[in-house]
Ligand binder design. Structure first.
Ligand SMILES: *Cc1c(COP(=O)(O)O)cnc(C)c1O
Length: 349
């Protein structure tokens, strides 16, 4: 049986990283965020392509992800762990030279006791209230901790994809208050923060979704194409129904193509009766419910039933599909199915 093909353009990802890197001054570095298996696209391959393009610093969520990236890159590049130094991580952090971003007094104590002299950064909470050392705690420990020589002080913006949101300015101010005069390299901006402008760039930016072609980096090159095989087709007449719960009936004789991908492959069930697939330049509506392994598509208007239909491609971006599903591009990417055959293209041009 034909399989679904997820084509990943490593050149486009590298070009997007370079484009984001150019948005800040030459003195500002741009790290690559490759957590969650590089947003579902394959951390090893993506990290290697980005290292080749010039990225020297990487961020992942957890130590295990850092181990995979270290294996792909070898010694040298800095690999930062956003979840910090968790219980049980000590050996891995040490053996693989991973740099934890310490998030709490508990993690700070654990790290300084278990791995004195081992590189670390500190994540500060400037108002998102999710991860990081709180301002009051920071006041208490900052003098001592800065003596220990952190590699970086970082924080994360809650609303950077909305340039006019008052949280941006508030968090920027809180970050200044917590870090001015420390002399330690600083990082505040992810993709959204890079686009907010130089005030937000500090010493290091952390590019994620923009590299993978997602909003808010509207200039991004497309990094993924997803082509799904048609495994059967049939004529359906008025009075007949298509799919679970009989949510769709044709108005006239229709040709329905059954396509081999469903919600178990990361196509949200909210796309039911609410998305299009593409035969080249021709849109074809998804009709009926999304099932676990299958979707059904109205191809009545095509001259012949195609062998495959694109759900991500030149006419439909990750964000377009996310909009149809009522979610965000990040979720579409990170849910991309394990059953897809992943094809990487790379010229390193
Ligand atoms: C995920 C993440 C990023 C990257 O964010 P994008 O919006 O994908 O660019 C940067 N920093 C932190 C702390 C993150 O959790």
């Amino acid at each position: 049986m034909a399989t679904a093909i997820l084509s990943i353009d490593l050149d486009a990802i590298a070009a997007n990283w370079r484009a984001l890197d150019r948005l800040s001054g030459p003195e500002v570095q741009t790290a690559a965020v490759v957590k969650a298996d590089a947003y579902g696209l394959g951390a090893g391959k993506v990290a290697r392509a980005l290292a080749w393009a010039g990225a020297r610093r990487f961020f992942v969520a957890a130590a295990e992800e850092g181990a995979a990236v270290r294996q792909a890159l070898g010694p040298g590049p800095q690999i930062n762990i956003l979840s910090g130094h968790m219980a049980g991580d000590t050996e891995m952090l040490n053996d693989l030279e991973l740099t934890p971003m310490l998030n709490s007094l508990e993690q700070i104590t654990r790290h300084l006791e278990a791995l004195p002299g081992h590189a670390f950064g500190v994540q500060l909470d400037t108002g998102m209230n999710r991860l990081g050392v709180e301002p009051v705690e920071w006041q208490a420990v900052a003098p001592l901790l800065i003596e220990a020589g952190p590699a970086m002080l970082m924080s994360h913006l809650a609303c950077a994809d909305e340039p006019d949101h008052p949280m941006n300015q508030l968090q920027l101010q809180a970050f200044h208050e917590m870090t001015d005069g420390t002399g330690v390299p600083r990082s505040l901006a992810a993709t959204g923060g890079i686009l907010l402008g130089p005030k937000y760039h500090f010493d290091l930016c952390r590019a994620g979704i923009g590299m993978y072609g997602g909003r808010p980096f509207e200039m991004a090159e497309r990094a993924v194409t997803l082509s799904l095989p048609v495994i059967q087709s049939r004529e359906v007449l008025p009075g007949e129904i298509v799919g679970y719960s009989a949510t769709w009936e044709p108005e006239g004789p229709a040709v329905i193509a059954t396509v081999a991908a469903g919600y178990a492959d990361g196509l949200p069930r909210t796309l039911s009766n609410n998305a299009v697939l593409w035969d080249g330049d021709t849109p074809c509506p998804l009709v009926g419910r999304v099932s676990m392994d299958l979707i059904t598509v109205d191809v009545t208007h095509l001259a012949e039933v195609p062998k495959s239909l694109d759900i991500l491609g030149p006419h439909q971006s990750v964000d377009d599909l996310a909009d149809a599903a009522g979610t965000i591009g990040y979720e579409i990417l990170t849910a991309l199915g394990k059953r897809y055959s992943r094809r990487y293209s790379e010229t390193r041009g």
